[in-house]
Design a protein around this ligand. Structure first.
Ligand SMILES: O=C(O)C1=C[C@@H](OP(=O)(O)O)[C@@H](O)[C@H](O)C1
Ligand SMILES: C=C(OP(=O)(O)O)C(=O)O
Length: 421
């Protein structure tokens, strides 16, 4: 599906969808807890559906209702011999160690760009533990012959924190104690905090030694827990950027005490010289001519696409640093944002691990390729606010990865869209 957006004023109050990161974590923890858990405020995005199916493949009984799940957890067992993570990096990297708690063969699959996103950390572990596996040219499909064992795991912290999250979920339920040693600086640390918080809620103890080593006692049990998913700060970024660009959108019921790393968007927006307000339970940013800023993406890579749009429309120069991991997401988000924004008149210099962005006053119209990346598509929806002509976004349906009703919400806020199948 393609969409053509006519520049228009966006205004209104909306509920931001539930956090994708917390949803994955709650569903997995509940699926591993023997007994009944209710997970409320669930959005059935493609990524979350992939995790639900993956946990069913490992033995959980999951009942789906409108916006909540009733989950009867189980010990990991082989109900199906294949897990398809679709396009979800979180699902594949969380599920590999979890599914391999059960000592039986498992095939992991993925779709589109996911098959090329790195899984080396796990392949190295398989080699060290003598676990045989088969793969082709890409990382997926991956057929693993047997389960993982407790012990010492040395893991890089600068490729994806998702490997560490997967291990933190799996190692407590193995026989024997384990230790994860982080061998580099740890990036996306906020996501490890979300993991540790969720594990604690479901009764799992992890000893965190300053994020350098994690000690994990074996033979632990997940205990059931009812849990409500809070609003997603990564998704709030698109609407707060829209506010800066001239929209008047208020985000209802965000948890201002949230531990989500992407809550950093509030500071980032203020670094661009706008102001964040939280009044009467509503979050919004001032519409002003923002000024260029220096933004570090080591802890919050998912904010990259939205902030590239904001920087392109801010006065003067912005510098994005420590952003190399943006290249290993749903697409190479550095090259893609540069190439697509330049079609609208932006001025960007690309570096291996960042960008220099020279602000312009407004955009022209143009045809944008979303590169099948939900965050790219949503960022260009917001770019349309400052465009002098129509913006057509190709393959705009990719928003369903995290936010299936995004375009409906955009229209409800006053966005003018023509759809084309
Ligand atoms: O653990 C998580 O929920 C996530 C971790 C981040 O990945 P990295 O750890 O690879 O940066 C982030 O980009 C992803 O969207 C969600
Ligand atoms: C990178 C993302 O997710 P994942 O790694 O789970 O595919 C994302 O949502 O931007």
């Amino acid at each position: 599906m393609n969409v053509t957006i006519k520049p228009s004023k966006l205004e209104g109050s909306i509920m931001i969808p539930p956090s994708k990161s917390l949803s994955h974590r709650a569903i997995i923890a509940a699926s591993l807890a023997l007994g009944k858990s209710v997970i409320s405020n669930v959005l059935y995005s493609k990524d979350i559906k992939a995790t639900i199916e993956a946990m069913r493949a490992c033995g959980a009984i999951i009942e789906e209702y409108d916006d909540y799940l009733v989950i009867y957890g189980s010990k990991v067992k082989r109900v199906k011999s294949m897990i398809n993570a679709n396009e979800s990096g979180s699902t594949i990297r969380f599920m590999i160690p979890i599914a391999l708690v059960c000592d039986a063969p498992m095939e992991f699959r993925g779709e589109n760009h996911l098959v090329k996103r790195p899984l080396d950390t796990f392949l190295e572990i398989f080699d060290l533990q003598g676990i045989s596996y088969e793969r082709g040219e890409d990382y997926l499909p991956l057929k693993v012959k047997s389960g993982i064992k407790s012990g010492v795991y040395k893991v890089r912290g600068d490729i994806s924190s998702q490997f560490i999250t997967g291990l933190l979920y799996a190692l407590p339920i193995l026989d024997g104690d384990s230790k994860i040693e982080i061998t580099t600086t740890l990036e996306s640390k906020g996501y490890i905090d979300l993991t540790l918080d969720m594990l604690k809620k479901f009764g799992i103890q992890i000893e965190n030694r300053d994020y350098k080593e994690f000690y994990i006692k074996g033979n632990q049990s997940y205990t059931p827990c009812d849990y409500t998913i809070e609003g997603d700060f990564s998704q709030s970024a698109f609407f707060l950027v829209a506010d800066c660009l001239g929209a008047n959108i208020k985000l209802k019921a965000m948890n201002m005490d949230s531990h989500q790393g992407d809550k950093k968007i509030l500071k980032d927006i203020e670094d661009f010289s706008s102001k964040i307000h939280y009044e009467n339970d509503e979050l919004y940013a001032d519409s002003i001519k923002t000024k260029g800023a220096i933004i570090d993406f080591s802890q919050s890579p998912d904010l990259g696409p939205a902030l590239t749009v904001l920087a392109s429309l801010s006065e003067g120069k912005s510098e994005f640093i420590n952003a190399g991991r943006l290249r290993i997401k749903e697409c190479d988000r550095i090259t893609c944002m540069k190439e697509e924004l330049e079609k609208l008149g932006a001025n960007i210099i690309e570096h291996e691990d960042g960008m220099e962005i020279f602000g312009v006053d407004s955009f022209t119209g143009g045809v944008i390729d979303s590169h099948n990346d939900h965050r790219v598509a949503m960022s260009f929806a917001m770019a349309s606010i400052k465009a002098k002509g129509d913006i057509k976004i190709l393959n705009a349906g990719c928003v369903s990865k995290s936010y299936p009703n995004f375009w409906e919400v955009f229209e409800r806020l006053g966005g003018k869209i023509e759809y084309e199948e």
